[in-house]
Design a protein around this ligand. Structure first.
Ligand code: UD1
Length: 362
């Protein structure tokens, strides 16, 4: 059996790592392709090192651009490689532009597509990821879901039951695999932090950082929270660019308890997250990771495609309403929140094993 898998952005790397390891245990020829959608050392190379992912067999180096430019460029560069490799299955993970572009290339060439993390839906069509999820699922032959809501969403969209496999969460495979090692990270000392006495922040959703007014609103939320607790903010390149272009540097500098860093590697960020008092984020994956770590997660979004983290986990879906976020943060800081704190079904570190088993038996 021959499998080609395609990754392109930071959240893809944690998802592919356990699959690569599992594929190696079997008689499977595996070719790994990086689209180069993320290309900075901090957004890409560090993750390959931290997670022990082998160097990709090809890097398409598509880099930045609009969504259409990225997708077009990936397709043009990937097609000849896939025609040459002729895999039995193409594995794609997550919901980024690289995911959909790669799935479309394989589908056009009559190659089966396996989508890992299928079925998640925010029902928010303004999110580029929602489009990528729906379109990728439409053309996939194996749809591996992380939570039961995914199965329900896919069935409602008319996808045949025998293509859907509830496999668990590969991102959590990676977390459980690296949790112990991450505790050796020196990031807390480096940033002068005390365990359980700071908040870890991430921000990068276009809906939060691409519009000056919304970004300013978030900064005024941070202003209030940092009066009570240190906030550590590893800054995503999208947010970094907009801080500069909207002229928000000074507003940020004025906040004495807001610590900015470059994007962190996997082990450092895992250590930062697991020792924090709480996480403030607009990321998808971090809602899941915080749930497994048992760390409260205040999500700066109106919706989530990962409802199990709210129903069973530590996710507090709050929106970016200034008062609501600040008051929720104060409740968390003052230990007034009772968390559900249950680990969702099959988030047990064995998702990759179940996925590869299905592919091998196909
Ligand atoms: C992408 C994904 C998003 C995912 C996120 C994680 C899509 C539609 N979005 O968003 O789902 O949660 O990655 O990070 O695919 N940039 C750099 N260096 C890099 C990478 C990007 O400077 O290594 C810059 C780009 O030039 C661009 C901006 O950051 O201006 C955004 O990059 P892009 O790949 O378009 O999307 P993300 O916002 O990172």
């Amino acid at each position: 059996m021959k499998i080609v898998s395609v990754v392109g952005t930071r959240p893809n790397f944690m998802k592919i790592a356990p699959l690569v390891r599992e594929l190696r245990k079997h008689e499977i020829e595996h070719v790994l392709i990086h689209t180069g959608q993320h290309y900075d050392t901090e957004m890409s190379k560090l993750f390959f090192e931290d997670l022990g992912i082998p160097k990709p067999d090809a890097d398409l180096e598509v880099g930045s651009g609009t969504r259409d430019e990225q997708v077009k460029s990936i397709k043009e560069k990937l097609k000849p490689i896939i025609e040459n490799e002729k895999p039995d299955v193409m594995v794609v993970v997550g919901d980024v532009n690289s995911t959909l572009a790669a799935a479309e290339v394989a589908n056009k060439l009559g190659i089966k597509v396996a989508h890992v993390e299928a079925g998640l839906r925010s029902f928010d069509n303004t999110m580029p990821e929602e489009f990528n999820r729906i379109e990728t699922d439409k053309i996939s032959d194996f749809l591996f879901t992380t939570e039961k809501s995914g199965n329900e969403n896919l069935l409602k969209e008319g996808i045949s039951k025998d293509k859907i496999f509830f496999a668990g969460n590969v991102m959590i495979d990676t977390l459980l695999n690296h949790k112990e090692k991450a505790e050796n990270s020196k990031i807390l000392q480096k940033l002068g932090l005390e365990k359980n006495n700071y908040c870890a922040l991430t921000l990068h959703r276009p809906s939060n950082v691409d519009n000056k007014e919304d970004f300013e609103n978030i900064l005024s939320i941070l202003e209030k929270i940092q009066e009570k607790i240190k906030i550590v903010f590893p800054v995503h390149p999208r947010a970094r660019k907009n801080i500069q272009s909207f002229g928000l540097d000074n507003k940020i500098k004025d906040m004495k308890n807001l610590i900015l860093t470059e994007p962190l590697g996997y082990l450092d960020f895992l250590c930062l997250m697991s020792n924090s008092k709480f996480v403030l984020t607009d990321s998808g994956g971090i809602q899941e990771e915080a749930t497994v770590l048992g760390v409260p997660c205040i999500t700066l979004r109106k919706n989530t495609e990962r409802p199990v983290t709210v129903e069973q986990g530590t996710n507090l879906l709050v929106s970016i309403d200034n008062e609501k976020v600040v008051s929720k943060a104060m409740e968390v800081i003052d230990n007034k929140i009772e968390l559900k704190n249950k680990v969702p079904e099959l988030w047990d570190g064995r998702a990759a094993e179940r996925i590869v088993k299905v592919l091998l038996n196909s």
